[in-house]
Design a protein. Structure first.
Length: 70
């Protein structure tokens, strides 16, 4: 348990999250990235859960397990 707690207290440095040097992300960057990956994206369905009846509301679950990743 101690080893786990020690590992969890270690913070890795991420240069993209440096509060002294924030990185700006522009819409054009996101749009270009979306275009580059679009051929590898599979639209996955949202299906109504059987829990909907139990809780008296519509509950939908996204079947992202159908989206295979590298």
């Amino acid at each position: 348990m101690e080893s786990y707690e020690r590992k969890m207290s270690i913070v890795d440095y991420d240069p993209m999250c440096d509060k002294e040097n924030p990185q700006k992300i522009f819409f054009e960057d996101v749009s270009a990235a979306s275009f580059r990956i679009q051929s590898g994206i599979v639209k996955t369905p949202c299906v109504k859960s059987h829990m909907s009846k139990t809780y008296g509301m519509d509950i939908y679950l996204k079947n992202d397990f159908l989206q295979h990743t590298g």
